[in-house]
Ligand binder design. Structure first.
Ligand code: DGJ
Length: 712
């Protein structure tokens, strides 16, 4: 029986078939009401072609393993019933397929205790991904403590030959999204955050490819990859586990981090986990990135601004730090307007008693010395220059030296018998508390209602310590890990509904809050506090492995992290052109000539912006290469492309690297313009551009080339 065309979801009595444009996901239903993960890979033409797990792997192939009977596989859910029983026996109860045909809910039930566990699947056929989550409902008469509840798990095929390789992000503040790669070996590899933020160190994204017998893994264009992302900005966990039974089985589970977190489900109560998106491609890392980029633009980013191009912004942080004032900012705004900037953002330092990071967080009203007449005179001046106005806030934090903390010292996470640990002289507000949420919502609502503000940069500059919520009933206190994010996302939803004209930027000391939960509520992000244009090449290239260029804010500044390094303005702009452009230097430092060059680059970016922010991105040089980076952005019709190429070493007497373009119309003739090496033709067919390629002009240790390719 073919289950290949529509519907996207089909049920046969023994199995559920979920189908995207190119992939299939099959869940088997056993005669005892258990669920087996049967298949996740390319679409096959007949239902009979999808494998059924053989006896050697059946134990390890649960679609959602529970601690039942023999505890063989790491469970996705752990609960404690009122009588201290921790054995969970889930049986199939029923299922629903939505009227739209793309959502499936499979209801499982522990009959004895009345716990309902619903596995939810949303098929995004156009993007070849499936988003999953789990709904719990206590239908029994007694409370249940949930010690762990993952959103999704699946097993990789055990019969591919070769080894699996895990690709993920590692890193640190100023060094976000370094690519980590290792062969999966028996045992568990856990990627996670327990900082109450997405974190700089790890990111809720994984991609697993196959290393063949000769040691080769997937490339940019070929090879199988299973990948996923957790939609959560708090503590998350991705477990890659390899078990040895009769076969070597590799499993992945993803969702909330169970560390220190216990959810209390009273009778009648329910809980829904964050989403986890899963995908498969046999088109290599390039195809994976493009699927994820398309998915984020089409389905994840807040709908009201999803189709708009992100404005070119100016941000004052690196120029003046906390030293903001009406006149100084207005002088900078005049310069920014001359450059063609569309959005002027004032960063930290404008509020409360804020002159350093020691004071003021929590007091979201203008500093009376810096802004004696409030913010409106500055906003009016910015608007009169033709720019929108944006502002920085850090709403989840408070300095002990603030009016807010003096009035409400109990509004921070704390343990009453322990001294609270300060980081950047600040504490974390308890967003699990309703009164705190209300206060912060009202402060920001007032700020947005009383001012013509179009952009909020929402920062988060410390990790958690003393995660106590002593005012809550004892059985609820350890829920704060999820309640914090219900609070944060809830406030953002309410602010967005009341102020739909405002764009929100996610920032956490640079790129510490980059995940699909954030991008469901924020329109873009601050990629890294490291704005050195050379370092940024590597951060940005990896960032785009998993996230679209549209959300990746890149500023042109005066920063050089490396002693003696001096970068041309062209190099700085080309590096920042990889994502959403911003300017961040002190504009009073630039000569007239430099200002003119900057204005030309801003104008050029605006022309190229639709390609960069909405086009398809191809890495023309593999991720592993450190001396050369090249990315291409091409519009979906293949009529125009942009190539940004970078050399980070001279490569004296080395053969040059020819770039074979992608996504063009082979029959069409294209005009080439920009930094081409000597002797390169001015026009070429799409076929030649994709097969013979072009040579960019890249000489010197730090070189960049920008090449435009347009249908003649
Ligand atoms: C950290 C951010 O990443 C910076 O861009 C800046 O906004 C500072 N915080 C301000 O305190």
């Amino acid at each position: 029986m073919p289950i290949v065309e529509s519907p996207v979801i089909a049920y046969t009595g023994q199995a559920f078939y979920l189908r995207t444009a190119h992939t299939a996901y099959v869940i088997g239903l056993t005669e005892h009401g258990g669920l087996l993960h049967r298949y996740f890979g390319p679409v096959l033409s007949r239902a009979e072609d999808y494998p059924t797990p053989n006896w050697g792997i059946v134990d390890a192939s649960g679609e959602y393993p529970t601690p039942t009977g023999m505890w063989q596989v790491a469970p996705c859910i752990r609960v404690v019933f009122h009588d201290n029983v921790r054995d969970l026996r889930l049986r199939y109860q029923g299922h629903e397929i939505s009227a739209s045909g793309d959502e499936l809910a499979i209801r499982l039930h522990d009959e004895h205790y009345g716990l309902e566990v619903t596995l939810c699947y949303h098929v995004y056929a156009d993007c070849d991904v499936i988003a999953r989550q789990v709904r719990l409902r206590n239908t029994g008469a007694d409370a249940i403590d949930v010690e762990e509840v993952m959103s999704a798990s699946f097993s990789l095929p055990y019969d591919r030959g070769g080894e699996f390789r895990l690709n993920h992000f590692a890193g640190a503040w100023m060094k976000e999204k370094t690519l980590g790669r290792q062969v999966v070996t028996p045992g568990q590899k856990v990627l996670q955050s327990w900082t109450n933020s997405t974190s700089h160190q790890q990111n809720p994204f994984f991609a697993i490819d196959v290393i063949d017998a000769e040691g080769n893994g997937a490339t940019e264009e070929h090879g199988e990859i299973w990948f996923g992302q957790v939609h959560w900005s708090g503590n998350w966990k991705i477990v890659v586990e390899q078990l040895r039974g009769h076969h070597k089985i590799t499993r992945v589970a993803a969702g909330l981090n169970d560390l220190d977190c216990i959810l209390h489900l009273a009778p009648g109560e329910d809980f829904t986990t964050p989403l986890v998106t899963l995908g498969y491609t046999d088109g290599g890392f390039g195809a994976m990135s493009r699927l994820l980029h398309r998915y984020q633009r089409a389905h994840i980013l807040p709908r009201n601004h999803a189709d708009e191009l992100r404005p070119v912004l100016y941000n004052s942080w690196e120029a003046v730090m906390f030293d903001v004032s009406e006149d100084a900012q207005a002088r900078m705004a005049e310069k920014a307007a001359q450059l063609g900037v569309e959005l002027f953002v004032i960063d930290d330092g404008w509020f409360g008693a804020r002159n350093t990071d020691n004071a003021g967080l929590g007091d979201w009203y203008p500093n009376p010395e810096k802004f004696p007449n409030g913010l409106n005179p500055l906003i009016d001046r910015v608007n009169a220059l033709g720019m929108d106005f944006g502002i920085w806030v850090e709403p989840e934090m408070v300095n002990p030296d603030s009016d807010l903390y003096r009035a409400h010292p109990d509004w921070v996470y704390h343990f009453p018998t322990r001294e609270s640990t300060l980081l950047r002289t600040q504490l974390m507000l308890n967003f699990a508390r309703e009164d705190v949420r209300e206060y912060i919502f009202n402060s920001l609502d007032t700020l947005l209602s009383e001012h013509n503000i179009r952009y909020i940069k929402w920062d988060f500059n410390r990790t958690i310590s003393e995660p106590g919520w002593p005012e809550a009933p004892r059985e609820r206190q350890r829920e704060m890990w999820v309640r914090h994010y219900e609070g944060l996302y809830g406030i953002l939803d309410r602010l967005r509904a009341r102020h739909p004209q405002v764009l929100f930027e996610s920032c956490a000391g640079g790129g510490g809050r980059v995940d699909l939960g954030a991008f469901t509520h924020y329109d873009d992000c601050w990629t890294s506090d490291n704005s050195d244009p050379y370092d940024r090449l590597f951060i940005q290239r990896s960032f785009m492995l998993a996230y679209t260029a549209k959300v990746m804010r890149c500023w042109v500044t005066e920063t050089s992290m490396h002693e003696g390094a001096s970068y041309s303005l062209a190099f700085r702009f080309h590096s920042a052109f990889m994502g959403s452009l911003g300017l961040g230097g002190n504009l009073l430092h630039f000569s007239e000539e430099e200002m003119a060059e900057m204005a030309r680059n801003v104008a050029l970016y605006k022309e190229l912006r639709p390609l960069i922010q909405h086009g398809e991105m191809y890495r023309l040089i593999p991720l592993s290469r450190m001396d050369r980076i090249a990315v291409e952005y091409v519009d979906p019709q293949g009529s125009e492309a942009l190539v940004l190429a970078f050399g980070t070493q001279e490569n004296f007497w080395e053969n040059p690297v020819r770039l074979c373009l992608r996504g063009l119309d082979p029959q069409a003739l294209y005009r080439l313009e920009g930094d081409l090496d000597e002797g390169q033709p001015e026009s070429m067919s799409g076929q030649a551009l994709m097969h013979r390629g072009i040579l960019p002009r890249l000489y010197g240790h730090i070189a960049s080339a920008l090449i435009r390719v347009r249908k003649a």
